[in-house]
Design a protein around this ligand. Sequence first.
Ligand code: HBI
Ligand code: FE
Length: 285
Amino acid sequence: MTGETTHNLRGDYSRMRPDYTVDQDWPAYTPQEHALWRRLYERQAALVPKYACREFIASLSALDFGAAIPRFDAVNPRLAAATRWQVVAVPGLLPDAVFFEHLANRRFPVTVWLRTPEEFDYIVEPDVFHDFFGHVPLLFDPVFADYLQAYGRGGLKADALGAIEMLSRLYWYTVEFGLIETSEGLKTYGAGILSSGGELPHCVESDEPNRIGFDLLRIMRTAYKIDSFQETYFAIRDFRELFEATAPDFTPHYAKLAGLESHAAGEVLSSNRVLHRGGNRQRPA
Ligand code: HBI
Ligand code: FE
């Protein structure tokens, strides 16, 4: 998740347009890639009914894209009709400002390449499976869709204020790894979880991680791990809470947070609304 350079990234950035978009070139996917997509999809679709929020489940079954890598131009008319969002094809991770500019204009960048079979269980950079399976279904929810656009606008502003890190944490702990409290128990709406075979059960069933009520400033002060399951998850009550908490201008928040030390990823504070305190963690003697 870095903006400045693209050279160690895996995609082909040589043929993109100035806004980093490319053509999906759907005919170029191989039968092996479509077969790998089906395997990835089947595993996740089997887990989703138990662990995903109902908005995700409803979209996923309506979209029905399990048979092959989806064509972005086939989903776009439906997405436009539902929430006026669009999917655009990109080579991979984008510089922060480019990413935010797309979100602010209701365009979600989806990586075109698919992981290798060796990366079935785990991949570092987002690929088409993570981006499409994890992110696209919730773009059909009107409140979540508005949140993501507001996030993009906030990102452009944060860029100018030197506050990208705080905003990246918000993205991480909501869009990628967020939980939601429902009458049927804790579920997830985070794309990083929804596209992961291991983290989907782990996030709500494991004793190990902390699960804490959503708290905007607390999240913006909290470091995160990119190479392991999360040590702490934050739960919203609904997408409205998320949208409303993040609607005001963050400028005063950034000023307040600037002088403060970060919280470690696994820390629990007395001010937190603790839903579950993680166990099995090594504690200092
Ligand atoms: N680019 N394609 C893509 N996908 C992301 O999720 C992404 C990105 N660039 C930057 C980025 N995420 C992070 O900085 C977020 O915190 C905003
Ligand atoms: Fe993602």
